[in-house]
Design a protein around this ligand. Sequence first.
Ligand code: NAD
Length: 371
Amino acid sequence: MAANKKLMFLPGDGIGPEVMGQVRKVIDWLGDNRALTFDLDEGLVGGAAYDAHGDSISDETMADSMAADAVLLGAVGGPKWDHVAYEKRPEAALLGLRKNMDLFANLRPAVVFDALIEASTLKPEIVNGLDILILRELTGGVYFGEPKELVDLPDGSQRAVDTQVYTTGEIERIVRVACEMAKKRSNKVTVAQKANVMQTGVLWRDVSQALHDREFPEVEMSQMYADNAAMQLIREPKQFDVIVTDNLFGDVLSDEAAMMTGSLGMLPSASLGAADPVTGKRYALYEPVHGTAPDIAGQDKANPMATVLSFAMMLRYSFDMADDAELIEQSAKNVLASGMRTGDIMTPGSQLVSTTQMGEALLAEMTKLTS
Ligand code: NAD
């Protein structure tokens, strides 16, 4: 029998521990009902780690996270730590994890649940059944390129420069992830770039196309200008399956796509690093898109779905356990369809439930679907 996968839990601050608690229950359920067991380790991160030992993540927790097959993080930060020195602030732990694992690919699915269709700002017929994945390059591009400066000019005005830089290798590695993901989905990749006005756009277009022709001829690839992609996302989002793009365009397009789904409490994400050529192991950090929600922390009010769905992404993309991921996702859909809602997605006529009740409903649905 294959060894258990090593899973690192980093609940963090605010609602982090509450929503992660529901994932623990899902993991226990998988052990009891599907004989699926994990080696689970847990560490402090963010403000919780700062309170315990004066830093946002200890060397030991960082090492344990690096050694794990995948990391699940709740959220970090909150007003309590606003005064903390820059290099020790809660967010520093996240940045450290991303840097040490070289997490260059950020995955943000935009899935519209039938039951929440009214929460979308778009018309139901445009978004019903929507299931797309935005892949954003996370470690390069204009946010990091040099020179990056704001200079005072002799005439008293200022001049600002940001530099968009990409290399063949940086583009190839994320487009490769996009093609691999597409093969597990609907087999379509759209590359969003600006080859009409940017040299980096020309490189994105040519490198992605060449990689496709060489390694993934069976995947359908199309090229689209990023501004058109922004328009098409609103006009006809269901034409897309996987969209892969640079750091800047990805920042914008992933937020645009998120809005179609209506709620922060429902949005999962993943960040992936390179695969080890020998073992195939890929660094991976999964986390909900939302933050620590200090306004509702500790009150059993948070929506655990984004974190549970992040765990489902882990099963699919890190562990190739698509069936189990689907079971969780379908259960989430059914629970919402039954009318249960946490406060963030509450609508008139629905049943307001707590974090714990939502988690329990999810388990009951998983049991129902498999019995
Ligand atoms: P937030 O996402 O924490 O909250 C925004 C609003 O959405 C709040 O009203 C909150 O109650 C609500 N909300 C968020 N998640 C919810 C959930 N699961 N269920 C129900 N309601 C939910 O963003 P913010 O208020 O801007 O930030 C709060 C803190 O979180 C800050 O310290 C910020 O730095 C941190 N933060 C951390 C991360 C992260 O760890 N990745 C991301 C964003 C913000």
